[in-house]
Design a protein around this ligand. Structure first.
Ligand code: E48
Ligand code: ZN
Length: 372
């Protein structure tokens, strides 16, 4: 089995082109990870997710521990077999989802105790338990157990959460089962504060990880503050390891974050939007509920090679959206995931050819124009 590795293949300004090798395959970076929270990328068959060009998907410790249970998935052969996804899987560690989804009962040095948002049962997550669950799932990339402070928070509370998260990072590292091909990513915290981000980066580098995520963003701070935080944070992280910006984001966010040195992304936006009639196109988002599409024979995006754009008109999409037909979620989700993967492929090509700055300028001029 080959070791977990990251190769930096090239750079163009702040943008980086790389390759991650892990147990279940190779990931070209910059990469976008579709979100498969409950062991499914919603409204998509796994083979169709792969057809969009996605090489790695994200799973969630929090959701899978509550239902169907990590031990049950392990008994059934692990998450890859269970959900029929043969490629790499990254799993989030659960802390963030506890804060954003469940009724938190207790947070202390040991971990968090919470009530399931599904059936009200009590559960405890600690760094050790989170590592055990992600091992049982068989994740190629395990995330440290951390505490992501809400936004906005007093700086003192961000500092407290950051220092706790760094102690939990050390416990995560100690509890992680080291196997060739499987990696553990640390999560940088510190809110929008340069000094706290620096403390967090130093602490993580001393422990040593296979990759470094930037947490605590995409929590409502807005694009300007996210970018200004990235401006100083990515430079604090090792250049020879992948950098993963958690929960991001809109197409404009991806391009701007790549320019600031980010290699990996995940976001529910393309899939969640696909279920709410929102489609992404080169000229910006389009709402298929809008009556103006009712007689439009054109495809969503004539640059797109996905089945939706090859075989269906906007008029048809408007019809099945208004009728609440299941195919609406299928077709729009597929298109949105294809759009995101095509955007990442265009970004990778631009970095390879040293034309990323021109690509970014062209993207911004086209994307903001709005639908035709
Ligand atoms: C952008 C968009 C559409 O994504 C939605 C909704 C609200 O934002 C999101 C995405 N933002 C996001 N920031 C994160 C920070 C951390 C973090 O610090 N630690 C760990 N372990 N995991 C994280 C996962 C994160 N996801 O967060 C939830 C609440 C999961 O829904 C997502 O707006
Ligand atoms: Zn399409």
């Amino acid at each position: 089995m080959t070791d977990f590795s990251f190769e930096l293949l090239g750079a163009d300004g702040g943008a980086r082109r790389g390759r991650v090798t892990c147990a279940h395959g190779v990931i070209q970076t910059p990469a976008f990870m579709p979100v498969g929270t409950a062991a499914t990328v919603k409204a998509m068959l796994p083979e169709n997710v792969a057809a969009t060009g996605a090489e790695i998907i994200l799973g969630n410790t929090y959701h899978l521990m509550l239902r169907p249970g990590a031990e049950r998935i392990a008994r059934l052969g692990g998450l890859h077999a269970f959900m029929n996804w043969p490629g790499p899987i990254l799993t989030d560690s659960g802390g963030y989802q506890v804060m954003s989804l469940s009724e938190l009962r207790k947070l202390d040095e040991n971990g968090v105790t919470f009530r399931s948002h599904i059936d009200g049962s009590y559960h405890t997550l600690t760094p050790e338990r989170s590592m055990e669950i992600q091992h049982q799932l068989g994740s190629d990339i395990t995330m440290c157990f951390d505490e992501c402070p809400p936004y906005p928070s007093e700086k003192a509370d961000v500092a407290r959460a950051t220092q706790l998260s760094m102690r939990w990072a050390a416990r995560s590292r100690a509890a992680f089962v080291n196997r060739p091909g499987y990696g553990l990513f640390g999560i940088n915290q510190g809110g929008v504060h340069e000094d706290l981000r620096e403390q967090s980066a130093q602490a993580l580098k001393e422990i040593g990880f296979d990759g470094y995520a930037i947490g605590g963003l995409a929590v409502g701070e807005g694009r300007a503050l996210m970018f200004s935080t990235l401006d100083f944070t990515t430079l604090m992280l090792p250049t020879d390891k992948p950098r993963y910006l958690m929960g991001v984001g809109k197409p404009e966010d991806l391009v701007g974050a790549v320019a600031r040195g980010v290699d990996m992304f995940d976001c529910v936006l393309p899939t969640r939007s696909g279920r709410t009639a929102q489609a992404f196109t080169r000229r910006g988002p389009v709402n298929l509920k809008n009556a103006r599409h009712g007689d439009d024979p054109r495809p969503l995006d004539d640059h797109c090679s996905c089945p939706t754009c090859r075989n269906y008109s906007r008029a048809y999409l408007n019809h099945v959206v208004k009728a609440g037909e299941i195919i609406a979620a299928m077709l729009l989700t597929w298109h949105n995931l294809q759009y995101y993967q095509d955007l990442m492929a265009d970004i990778r090509r631009a970095i390879e050819s040293g034309t990323f700055a021109a690509f970014e300028a062209d993207f911004q001029s086209q994307y903001g124009q709005g639908d035709i």
